[in-house]
Ligand binder design. Structure first.
Ligand SMILES: Cc1cc2nc3c(=O)[nH]c(=O)nc-3n(C[C@H](O)[C@H](O)[C@H](O)COP(=O)(O)O)c2cc1C
Length: 381
């Protein structure tokens, strides 16, 4: 029995990831901003909702498939963008995107991924989205859009909830800052995981593969890259920029990080295909609405006019069904697949997707639903 087979839920995989990763890296994944009210609150809000099953319905055939951002996917769950995946496993984003394709679901690559737009396209023949952070060098946004067209990505997403970086104190405690200045606790955390250190030394260095070509000549250190990216996030992005990107791309386009009904309205008016209701997994402004709390008013404001994706705190099949019952099109996950990646590479991510698919399917049967669109408001209280 492999170690992955001993994991029966996401929390089990989180524990496996904690054993494999240097403490600073585990905390980079696991932590959030300020007092981490949102990290806990996102999960708690899903847990607080009650499901209302109906019985004596023929549930012999259950179909989990749905449509997201121009592609049919095999279940209402996909993989949200997360940065620097090669820090957690040498195969990084390639492994994650391959596992998503094998599960027939969407993969979103981050601007700050450690694998390039083109390398992910080569690894993954499934549905792909590229998540954009707008840099001060606006030429880079234009370049991303062209590269995604050339590499045949299906969709783009603009993340809007990080005009400045959140205050992530778990990272600061280890000196895992921008640029990194590891303190004693940080160095000790790496020293305690020689397996990780060995892999890091024997594999190509993890770099910000999509922006690496933009750092000034002669400064090849990753510190310079981190400094470059931190200094290049553009805090002056507005709705006009969103409209420009949507028209420049010309295909399915999502806005990620919306929590208010009024922003949802503006996003639909700007022409988005999907709204990703998200508080960045609790890594940005702490003490906002949880994702589940934000979902209802957004559904009321724009349901039927665009797809509504929900991310933050999804850890169980029942969480996905609760979001669907409130009107979400689908959910996505961040930390759960990073735990899987750290615990077992591509097989670990596959385990997460299989686990959650099995839960969603079982929970649909227990709820009395055969198709995703049968899950509705009557199923929650
Ligand atoms: C380690 C880590 C890195 C992330 N990097 C990005 C990123 O580069 N771009 C982005 O839009 N969101 C990023 N996110 C947020 C995720 O896309 C997603 O919104 C969040 O993880 C969902 O919450 P969950 O982790 O509880 O599932 C990151 C999240 C984590 C945990």
């Amino acid at each position: 029995m492999s170690r992955l087979d001993t994991a029966f839920n996401i929390e089990d995989l989180r524990k496996l990831a904690r054993k494999k990763l240097p403490t600073p890296l585990f905390n980079y994944i696991d932590g959030g901003a300020d007092d981490e009210i949102n990290v806990r609150g996102n999960i708690h809000a899903f847990d607080s909702v009650r499901l209302v099953p109906e019985h004596l319905i023929d549930i012999a055939n259950i179909d989990l498939s749905t449509q997201v951002l121009g592609r049919k996917i095999s279940m209402p769950l996909f993989l949200a963008p997360t940065g620097m995946n090669r820090l957690f496993h040498p195969e990084g984003e390639s492994a994650v995107s391959k596992a998503a394709a094998a599960a027939d679901t969407y993969y979103c690559l981050s601007t700050v991924g450690a694998t390039s737009i083109e390398d992910v396209a080569a690894a993954c023949d499934g549905p792909k989205c590229f998540q954009i952070y707008v840099m001060k060098d606006r030429g880079l946004t234009r370049e991303f859009i062209q590269r995604c067209k050339d590499a045949k990505y299906d969709s783009l997403a603009l993340t809007v909830d990080i005009p400045v970086a959140g205050n992530r104190e778990r990272e600061l405690r280890y000196g895992f800052s921008t640029p990194p200045k590891l303190n004693f606790a940080g160095i000790a955390g790496f020293a305690a995981r020689p397996g990780w250190v060995y892999r890091a030394l024997t594999n190509p260095k993890a770099i910000l593969a999509n922006v690496a070509h933009k750092i000034p000549e002669g400064s090849s250190q990753s510190t310079s890259l981190m400094e470059y990216v931190a200094s290049q996030f553009d805090p002056s992005v507005t709705w006009d920029d969103l409209e420009w990107m949507i028209s420049e791309w010309g295909g399915p386009f999502a806005i990620k990080g919306v929590l208010s009904a009024s922003d949802a309205r503006k996003a639909v008016d700007a022409g988005v295909s999907a709204i990703m209701v998200s508080n960045h997994g609790g890594r940005q402004l702490d003490g906002t609405l949880s994702v589940f709390e934000a979902l209802g008013p957004i559904v009321d404001a724009v349901a039927g006019e665009c797809e509504i994706i929900c991310d933050g705190g999804v850890r169980r099949g029942t969480h996905v069904l609760k979001a669907l019952a409130l009107g979400a099109t689908a959910c996505s996950i961040g930390r759960p697949y990073l735990y899987g990646l750290a615990a077992g590479g591509e097989a670990g991510v596959a385990r997460v997707l299989e686990m959650l698919r099995t839960e969603i399917e079982r929970d649909m049967a227990l709820l009395g639903c055969r198709k995703i669109n049968e899950v509705s408001g009557k199923h929650i209280a």
